[in-house]
Design a protein around this ligand. Structure first.
Ligand code: T4K
Length: 362
């Protein structure tokens, strides 16, 4: 087998000349940043492909989350999931809000909507769920809860480029969705991210916040910071977007190949992708025990194949960043979950080897 070692992911990369053609334009204009022509073009093309009205690019997904909190002027407690990447809570903490964990649903691995209400109090200002591994949250139930208690909803949609609910982009739910365009994501700009909102005033505010608080005339009208994407990053995004449909369908094929190969193995369960509302951006497998996971990791390492323990440990156990509170479902799942290699152009032979290794261990 070629292309060893095999990692959990590899960035989608267009043919180099397609990227350099776009860079040629950057060299010609000399515009490297400050919402130049390629950033604007990327925002337009990305929005068209996803069927959304507008997209505010940012330097990365963490900054997009922080901008969302800033734009909504939140001060207080934000209910979120312990089963995520550290950025979900670090963004909340950087914005001087307090993360409050709500355990997850063991099937979808998303925030357990039935457990949110008991955590709401007079200090609660928002809910920040994650569309974990690109699988949509129960967006309608979350909207109903938010309405009932007058709370804002920010979706950490870092994994969810391409996820659709009820025939439209999942980015259209909540007050703001914040996504990531990091090199490990379905569409990448190397580092990058962005915000989506249906609210025109919020959209303008997000644009001002990412540009030092400038209005269109470069007058400082509010607190802001520097969250701008560069032209060099937007060029990579534009080149990658040409392959968007191919990337989506290729991942779906590979996801289904894994699933077909592993179906019937009684020591594993899969994420419940809730009626197909996923973008196939990760292939997580939950083993019956942590011991089986360790044995699979060892067997795959012998073949130079390196899956990843996303997300381990459960965020509530990071005692150096916050006080520990028990989150039994998230803690249990995080010990037993492994994300298998899944990326555009992954060799199908690798999937066969991975499936074979897992089937050997019961
Ligand atoms: N919210 C959620 C739910 C998130 O998952 C994340 C980020 C965020 C918010 C914040 O978004 P950003 O601020 O990052 O835009 C990765 C990413 O750094 C991070 O973006 C991502 N989530 C997180 C889940 O995973 P690692 O620690 O897995 O990276 P690393 O270097 O171990 O890479 C994994 C594999 O990918 C490597 O074994 C090889 C391959 N790889 C990686 C990079 C960076 C490449 O082939 N090329 C590359 O350039 O963090």
């Amino acid at each position: 087998m070629n292309n060893k070692p095999v990692f959990v992911t590899r960035p989608s990369l267009p043919p180099l000349e397609e990227y350099t053609d776009l860079l040629q334009q950057v060299w010609e204009t000399g515009i490297l940043t400050h919402n130049g022509p390629l950033v604007q073009r990327f925002e337009g093309e990305f929005s068209r492909l996803l069927g959304i009205d507008d997209f505010v690019t940012t330097t990365n997904g963490t900054v997009a989350l922080q901008m969302a909190i800033k734009a909504l002027e939140l001060e207080g407690e934000i209910i979120t999931t312990p089963f995520s990447w550290i950025a979900t809570i670090s963004a909340i903490k950087w914005e001087r809000c307090v993360p409050v964990f709500c355990d997850i649903d063991p099937g979808t691995l998303n925030i357990d909507v039935n457990k949110i209400e008991s955590l709401i109090n007079e200090r609660t200002v928002a809910i920040m769920p994650v569309h974990t591994f690109g699988t949509a949250c129960d967006v309608n139930a979350i909207a109903a809860l938010a309405k009932k208690h007058n709370l804002k909803v920010i979706y950490d949609a870092a994994h969810a480029v391409g996820t659709q609910v009820e025939g439209k982009s999942v980015f259209e739910y909540g007050d703001i969705s914040a996504t990531s365009l990091h090199s490990t994501k379905l569409i990448n700009t190397a580092e990058g991210g962005g915000c989506v909102t249906q609210n025109a005033q919020l959209l303008e505010k997000l644009k001002r916040i990412r540009f030092f608080g400038h209005d269109d005339n470069k007058i400082i009208v509010e607190d802001g910071f520097n969250g701008k994407m560069t032209e060099v990053h937007a060029a990579l995004g534009l080149a990658n977007l040409r392959y968007y449909n191919d990337i989506l369908s290729d991942r779906k094929d590979k996801y289904q190949k894994y699933k077909a190969g592993l179906q019937g193995n009684s020591s594993i369960t899969f994420q419940d992708t809730a009626n197909g509302q996923t973008n196939y951006s990760y292939f997580p497998v939950i083993f019956e025990t942590e011991d089986i996971l360790h044995r699979v990791v060892k067997l795959l390492a012998d073949q130079e194949i390196y899956p990843r323990r996303y997300f381990y440990p459960s965020l509530n156990l990071h005692e150096q960043v916050m006080k520990s509170v028990p989150m039994p479902v998230s803690e249990d799942i995080s010990k037993k979950i492994l994300c298998l290699p899944l990326f555009w152009k992954l060799n199908n032979e690798v999937i066969d080897i991975v499936v074979d290794c897992i089937q050997k261990i019961r």
